[in-house]
Design a protein around this ligand. Structure first.
Ligand code: GLP
Length: 226
């Protein structure tokens, strides 16, 4: 696991540069893409790239929220719009398609890259603490900490959905490359735990110590405890 600690703008430039490099080698790369605040500045930079052949798989989604508040809507509005990413190459999580979702990833040869954020409680996707390493795409009860984390998006913690959908930890860690971005002091403990916690299911992001090629991009605040 490689760790890069930079000022925020440089962090996003370098992360976007890594993705540009992957796309130069493989224009039709299969990318698992997280959503959330951390992704917004990255998406602004990715929109400048040629994403026409990219296959995109959503990493996490809320259950039971209004359409315009889904992570799909966030991704469509802030990444697809303004880029040449093709809607027919984008795969979205639903409560009915877990096995089809895993099959679709296998059918395109597996994930070339997983682009992750990290939850305040070190979740990845919506794999909350106590999610097993060998988990596949599944429904996930969201912790109070995660619902609090998303109060900004839904207005209040109470209006944040209680359940989500997530690509499993096993599925994520099978990606040939993984990059995780973390910004803000609220992520500092999760980033520290990810790097130094045991590979147990209480710190889901710690499972990223296992795969071969993981790069962590942290800004000064998120990397403050390292
Ligand atoms: C959310 C999402 C993750 C995201 C993480 C960080 O719960 N399910 O995919 O990476 O937590 O979110 P943010 O970037 O908004 O802090």
């Amino acid at each position: 696991m490689k760790t890069v600690i930079l000022e925020r703008e440089a962090l996003y430039e370098q992360a976007a540069g890594q993705i540009a490099g992957i796309l130069t080698e493989k224009p039709d790369a299969v990318i698992a893409m997280s959503a959330g605040r951390t992704m917004l500045p990255l998406w602004q930079k990715l929109r400048r790239l040629d994403l026409n052949a990219v296959r995109l798989f959503q990493v996490a989604e809320f259950i039971g929220t209004e359409e315009h508040l889904t992570m799909r809507a966030m991704t469509e509005k802030n990444l697809l719009e303004g880029s040449n990413l093709r809607p027919e190459n984008c795969f979205w999580l639903t409560e009915e398609n877990f096995q089809e979702y895993e099959n679709a990833i296998a059918d395109v040869g597996g994930l070339d890259l997983a682009v992750l954020g990290i939850g305040d409680n070190a979740h990845i996707g919506f794999n909350e603490p106590a999610t097993q390493f060998d988990s596949r795409t599944h429904r996930q009860k969201l912790t109070e900490k995660t619902r609090k984390q998303y109060g900004w998006y839904f207005g209040t913690e109470e209006s944040t959905p209680a359940w989500g959908l997530s690509m499993g930890i096993r599925t994520i860690t099978e990606a040939r490359k993984i990059m995780l971005l973390a910004c803000g002091e609220e992520k500092a403990q999760a980033v520290f735990d990810m790097l130094y916690a045991r590979n147990d299911s209480i710190i889901p992001a710690a499972f990223l110590q296992i795969p071969a090629e993981v790069t962590v991009y942290a800004d000064r605040e998120a990397g403050a405890k390292l």
